[in-house]
Design a protein around this ligand. Structure first.
Ligand SMILES: [Fe+2]
Ligand SMILES: [Fe+2]
Length: 154
């Protein structure tokens, strides 16, 4: 069983966002196996760097999707992303300055944040999309019921 297991309740859009999340889950697992087999700081630092880059790209992509779709809670969501990036940079800084105990914390911090953020915060986007689809269907059904008045031509 993987350290960070992908689960169906993490599905958001069945598309780009899920692909990104799966990649991040894989990176956390890679980081965890590196730290638990006692890999050197250089190896850990390089996996962490890739994880940070992929996370940064993912968060930007997700914010763009949210903005395009008019997701109403985007501002608060963005703040959560920013706080997480700040903590990742701080962990990287601590790792570079030789805080060896940090290495073992890395995968746990990443896993816990991602797991919670996806299941709780990113899920808001899914709920919003479902609400919007329901509303569109309701409007379409109401429009279909409206009688069409055809003007006479003569
Ligand atoms: Fe996300
Ligand atoms: Fe997010």
């Amino acid at each position: 069983m993987a350290y960070f297991e992908w689960a169906d309740d993490m599905v958001i859009d069945g598309g780009v966002i899920d692909q990104d999340h799966r990649l991040l889950v894989d990176l956390v697992n890679e980081l965890h196996s590196a730290t638990s087999r006692g890999a050197g700081q250089t190896v850990v630092a390089s996996i962490l760097r890739r994880t940070i880059e992929s996370t940064r790209e993912h968060l930007a992509r997700e914010e763009n999707i949210m903005a395009q779709q008019g997701f109403p809670e985007l501002d608060g969501h963005r703040q959560g992303h920013q706080a997480f990036m700040d903590s990742l940079y701080e962990l990287e800084r601590q790792l570079q300055s030789g805080g060896i105990t940090v290495a073992t914390q890395l995968s746990r911090v990443l896993r816990d944040w991602l797991s919670l953020h996806i299941r709780r915060n990113d899920k808001e986007l899914r709920r919003f999309q479902l609400r919007r689809a329901r509303e569109q269907r309701r409007v379409a059904a109401a429009t279909a019921r409206t009688p069409v008045i055809v003007p006479r031509l003569n």
